[in-house]
Write a protein that binds this ligand. Structure first.
Ligand SMILES: [Zn+2]
Length: 336
């Protein structure tokens, strides 16, 4: 019997820095940055979109090895099955099953193929930790229940006004030349999705801290990058030596083989780890107010201020001289 595959699952809402965290983690020995594995079947296998290394997925040598162990001829059906099982409207039932100690996402014949994916990735990369930045909590719950997987959940949270602003930007799915755009939900919807996914992440895994759940805010990560990364590595059980940091807030990135995700996963070379704070200037007052009201419960829980530039705005702008020492990374307090 093989030891379980350790999966570091990045959970939460989109546009919270998960792509950067995944790429940086992938630079450490023993870690494989797999990207958003829930999209492997559709965007990778069916649509043959680029791997993080730049090659179409089916031409990437590494994924070629992994794919040999998978039922790739059934990729479209597996993708459709996943979409059906992870629908938003199934969320109340999912949480009910979780509360009753049952499997949150019921078993399905495709589960064997999904489990094989993680096993094959670990086997062909030799990684001790596979980073899956799929984010969607129901998919994380599904993966956590697969046989042979040890799930550790990294919950990344970012100020919802920033994520709502980021969602509205026009971005090609795989870079600026891609005619297919990343989804652009309206501000109210981005706000509600932020609240739902972050609340559900805490509900599903918040009580597993400190060994199974770690919460990190984007603002704390960008204010204090290397110590925060060390903390994440410690949580994942990875040696922090020999990482990509060339300065306190600069990393040198080699290409990864990550699937799907934000187009920034293709960035290589020296990259600053700095907060993107354009929203502070450019998010309209109306949008700011709307997101603030809709996410009020979450703002309090995750320590974000009501007012623009309010006192609890940890992180702040890149290069601000404030000491980060007093702002510890919020490590999974038990919350409802
Ligand atoms: Zn590749």
């Amino acid at each position: 019997m093989n030891p379980p595959v350790r999966v570091l699952y990045l959970a939460g809402s989109g546009r919270s820095g998960s792509t950067l965290v995944t790429t940086v983690l992938g630079q450490y020995a023993g870690v494989f940055a797999a990207g958003e594995l829930r999209y492997l079947w559709q965007r990778g296998e069916v649509e043959n979109r680029p791997c993080g290394c730049g090659l179409p997925l089916r031409d990437c040598p590494l994924w070629g090895e992994v794919r040999r162990d998978l039922p790739t001829d059934r990729a479209a059906a597996i993708a459709a099955g996943l979409r059906g099982r992870l629908r938003m409207r199934g969320l109340p039932a999912l949480l009910r099953r979780h509360r009753r100690g049952r499997r949150p996402v019921p078993a399905h014949p495709d589960d064997a193929a999904l489990a094989d994916l993680y096993t094959a990735v670990a086997r062909h990369t030799g990684a001790r930790v596979v980073v899956d930045s799929s984010k969607l909590p129901p998919y994380g719950a599904l993966v956590g229940a697969l046989p042979g997987i040890e799930l550790r959940v990294l919950h990344l949270v970012r100020d919802p006004r920033a994520t709502a602003f980021s969602w509205r930007r026009r971005r090609g799915l795989d870079g600026d030349t891609d005619p297919e755009l990343m989804s652009r939900p309206p501000v109210w919807k981005a706000a509600l999705l932020w609240l739902v996914w972050n609340t559900v992440t805490v509900r599903l895994w918040g009580d597993r801290a400190p060994t199974g759940y770690l919460r990190v805010r984007y603002e704390d990560l960008t204010a204090d990058p290397e110590p925060t990364l060390r903390r994440i590595l410690g949580f994942a059980g990875v040696d922090a030596d020999g990482g990509p940091f060339t300065g306190p807030a600069t990393v040198r990135l080699a290409p990864t083989h990550s699937v799907a995700g934000n187009p920034s996963r293709h960035r290589t070379g020296p990259v600053p780890v700095a907060a993107d704070v354009q929203w502070r200037r450019d998010l309209s007052r109306w949008s700011y107010a709307l997101v603030t009201v809709l996410t009020a419960a979450g703002l309090r829980r995750f320590g974000y201020p009501w007012r623009r530039g309010g006192p609890a705005a940890a992180g702040g702008s890149a290069g601000s001289g404030r000491s980060a020492a007093g702002r510890s990374v919020a490590v999974g307090q038990e919350e409802g």
